[in-house]
Design a protein around this ligand. Sequence first.
Ligand code: GLU
Length: 285
Amino acid sequence: MRSRQIGALLLSAAALAGSLAACGNSGPTSAIEKAKNDKKLTIGVKYDQPGLGLKKPDGTVEGFDVDVAKYLAGELGVPESGITWKEARSANRETFLQQGQVDMIVATYSITEARKPKVTFGGPFYIAHQDTLVRSDDTSITSLDSLKGKRICQVTGSNSWKNIAEGTNKENKKVEVQLVPAGAYEECVTKLKGNAIDAVTTDDMILAGFAKREGSSLKVTGAPFTDEKYGVGLKKGDKETCEAVNKAITKMYQDGTIQKLFEKHFSGTGLQFTATGAPPAEGCS
Ligand code: GLU
């Protein structure tokens, strides 16, 4: 009798040890679990988009996306000191999430149907609109139509050129353009200034950040033609974190933080904060 009891005890102890080991091996299954347990998160942001995500010479990062990411991390229980920043470029966002190189991406990342099978998106937390940046002396580009035949920047992994060439815009209009490849929007602006392209067309916030930095040599046409639903990229299936992020976004609107952050980074650029509440959530899938 006694030895049987001891045997049962040993068995359950072994089972407990086994399950603990399994826990340790598999690691956290979701970003929110990691946030709760370790008080740490690795977050992907842009490093070369002024106003949104920019790495400064002292190694720190700043911008609207960066501040939004800090707020969301805080709501998940992670202080700023617990955040490891990683450069997310337009082309590596999906793979970074799939490979677990980051826990979250806040990098002018539009929620699109094409990306949904690969990414679970929290949000949107803001809606931007695609617009066009040209040299100040250019009077030929004023609208989506007038881009016909022009040389525009094609950033790998970005949605913006597709919105023009493939017609995913409010007018459902495919415009024939000459696509000039580039790795990122910083490179596009260099190309525009050097006359290697005629226009940079992408989210108005990205353009506003560059236009502010460049001064009077460049101008934004102010003729938007898409809605860009800025989402929080999460590993596909991480619904628990997605729900928590959506709650935090609602709070960020209710407590006025989002407007403060928008004005901190975009006042004086001509962009206005007009939202009266959080955009409707896309749903965590
Ligand atoms: N928001 C657009 C996108 O996600 C353009 C900006 C970018 O590539 O970061 O494709």
